[in-house]
Design a binder for this molecule. Structure first.
Ligand code: PLP
Length: 397
């Protein structure tokens, strides 16, 4: 079968919920992807901020293969070795207290919402608690996560959603304060908004939220699903600000390609929320997923990946700023580390993404007007030069 046949077959059998780009990806190696025709692509999307280590990173595949030969699944009725190892690494790296593994980001959000509601319920016995979320946020597609996602377009047809959610403006502390009341059990946000258009939080905003939450005993939930796992140059983006959440969600690069997520609780949240019977999952934290998580933490450390991101970021930013200077229709750069966005004005972002793909560069969009660059964390300055060349070609066409 050729590429067209695979695409036709997919469209015949797979529910059409994505307008996919016309390419069938077959293999990856390092920071490159290959389609079924053998065409090479430079990958600055990493499977939507997932493949932090790039493809076929030495040691990663073998760790998974070894685990497959031992045991892939046990259920959560029993202990397993990789979960114990992965949990220790997540908790130690975050300085938090306990972790619950899920299969995806949206499930991690569901768990965080349940933690917040149970925490508040334990305090006052009420069942009418509220959560404050941000406009232009993205937290996932399951109904609870969709309810705290500040994008009416994603929500409309699926109402009624989960109740008790109020929206405030990102980086506008007063808009949050205006929504806080005695029912508020949590404030949820991404320290760097991803899908909404790559908006980093300000220091004042996060500090202000931390203060509100401390004062009112509200849980602060940081969604680190996209901005976490080293993408911004710290393992978790909140570590730039020195402001720790009560609950954190992870996914995407947590397993570098194996479907796995997590919600992580500080001591206060862990000690006063979910107990046996409150939450569960058949697959979550299964040995294969946790073997990936565990190996990812080891490889990040061995490769000194955070140091690498921080060393290369100034060059990355400089090259992107040059594009802002060069092209009238690129009006700004926003981002942190290897999570960067170029704001495009007066041209459809989708067209640029399509042209780039045709030219052998994989990039994605964020929101309606932002080109999103979330490459594997192993990219070099040479890869950045190559990306700029391919992107300029696509912009000049
Ligand atoms: C991708 C994403 C999610 C949802 O994760 P899934 O694994 O797709 O369910 C939630 N929050 C943020 C910030 C994300 O980027």
């Amino acid at each position: 079968m050729n590429m067209n046949d695979y695409m036709t077959e997919s469209e015949e059998y797979v529910l059409h919920t994505y307008n996919r780009f016309p390419v069938v990806l077959e293999k990856g190696e390092g920071v490159h992807l290959y389609d079924t025709d053998g065409k090479e692509y430079l990958d600055f999307a990493a499977g939507i901020a997932v493949f932090a280590l790039g493809y076929n990173y030495p040691g990663y595949n073998d760790a998974l293969k070894n685990q497959i030969d031992n045991i892939v699944h046990t259920s959560n009725l029993y202990y397993n070795i990789p979960m114990a190892e992965a949990a220790k690494k997540v908790v130690t790296a975050s300085g938090m207290s306990k972790v619950f593994f899920t299969n995806s980001g949206t499930e991690a959000i569901e768990g965080a919402i349940k933690v917040a509601r149970k925490y508040a319920y334990n305090k006052d016995g009420h069942t009418d608690h509220e959560i404050i979320a941000m406009n232009h946020s993205f937290h996932g597609r399951s109904v609870g996560a969709l309810s705290v996602t500040g994008n009416p377009h994603y929500q409309e047809a699926f109402k009624p959603l989960m109740g008790g959610v109020k929206f405030a403006d990102f980086n506008d502390l007063d808009s949050v304060k205006a929504q806080v009341n005695d029912k508020t059990c949590a404030i949820i946000l991404e320290p760097v908004q991803g899908e909404g258009g790559i908006y980093p939080a300000t220091m004042e905003f996060l500090q202000g939220l931390r203060d509100i939450c401390d004062e009112k005993d509200i849980l602060l939930i940081f969604d680190e699903i996209q901005c976490g796992m080293g993408r911004t140059g710290k393992l978790f983006a909140w570590q730039h600000y020195g402001i720790q959440p009560d609950v954190m969600t992870c996914a995407k690069a947590l397993g570098c390609g194996v479907p796995v997520g997590a919600f992580v609780l500080n001591e206060k949240a862990a000690a006063n929320s979910l107990v046996p019977g409150d939450h569960g999952t058949t697959y979550g934290g299964n040995p294969l997923a946790c073997a990936a998580v565990s190996k990812v933490f080891d490889l990040f450390e061995e490769a000194k990946l955070l140091e690498h991101v921080n060393a290369v970021t100034p060059y990355f930013e400089k090259k992107l700023d040059e594009l802002v200077d060069k092209y009238d229709f690129i009006t700004a750069r926003r981002g942190k580390g290897f999570m960067q966005g170029l704001v495009v004005s007066g041209r459809p972002v989708g067209d640029i993404v399509k042209k780039a793909l045709a030219n052998g560069l994989v990039i994605i969009s964020a929101g309606s007007d932002v080109l999103r660059l979330v490459p594997p964390l192993i990219i070099t300055e040479q890869n950045i030069d190559q990306m700029v060349k391919l992107l300029e070609k696509s912009l000049d066409e």
